[in-house]
Design a protein around this ligand. Structure first.
Ligand SMILES: CC(C)(COP(=O)(O)OP(=O)(O)OC[C@H]1O[C@@H](n2cnc3c(N)ncnc32)[C@H](O)[C@@H]1OP(=O)(O)O)[C@@H](O)C(=O)NCCC(=O)NCCS
Length: 160
């Protein structure tokens, strides 16, 4: 099953978003390594195979990006979580991150999430801008959240 992003044709040359498969994992890990100083290892992604919140963006037949989103029950409420999102450096700024987040949010909504949270590096202005476009608001700062000592900003979007 594939869903074309808005304005893109479905098929090998266009952009499509589909659930991640085992055969995608090496390409995903490669993008992860190029995107983060403390990347998730292979087995962290492997755990999410089969989960409908683990999606890849395919463009021109290659894996251009991915998102990992899930829902957990906290204090009797369903809390969505964008756990990871990245787009290959050669494919950024053309709407793929937006397409992945749109589909990821739709999955979390369908799974009954009341709200969705994410963590973002305090200095990651591009990602923060993208999240604000999706209605996420900064909730609080977590000092030293990342391994290099950088602070995280927790952002939250209520869905009800
Ligand atoms: C954050 C990230 C996932 C965004 O992915 P992306 O594919 O570049 O996102 P988009 O293209 O949808 O949006 C990014 C910018 O491109 C612009 N854009 C969107 N569609 C566009 C198009 N068709 N043509 C030109 N520009 C476009 C957006 O307006 C946005 O502009 P802004 O930076 O001024 O807000 C990507 O930069 C990335 O992988 N970064 C490294 C990993 C990371 O930081 N992940 C987030 C961790 S919390």
């Amino acid at each position: 099953m594939t869903t074309p992003a808005s304005g893109a044709a479905d098929g090998d040359d266009g952009l499509s978003i589909r659930p991640a498969a085992r055969a995608d994992l090496l390409a995903i890990v490669r993008i992860e390594n190029e995107s983060f100083s403390q990347p998730w290892p292979y087995d962290a992604f492997e755990r999410f195979l089969g989960d409908d919140g683990f999606l890849v963006a395919v463009e021109g037949g290659t894996i251009a990006g991915y998102i990992v989103a899930d829902v957990s029950t906290q204090f009797g409420r369903e809390l969505g979580h964008i756990k990871d999102i990245a787009v290959h450096p050669d494919h950024r700024d053309s709407g793929i991150g937006t397409a992945l987040l749109t589909r990821g949010m739709a999955v979390l909504t369908a799974r009954g999430a009341d709200s969705v949270k994410l963590e973002v590096r305090r200095t990651n202005d591009g990602a923060k801008r993208l999240y604000r476009q999706f209605g996420f608001e900064p909730l609080r700062r977590v000092p030293g959240y990342y391994g290099n000592g950088e602070d995280a900003i927790i952002m939250l979007r209520k869905l009800e």
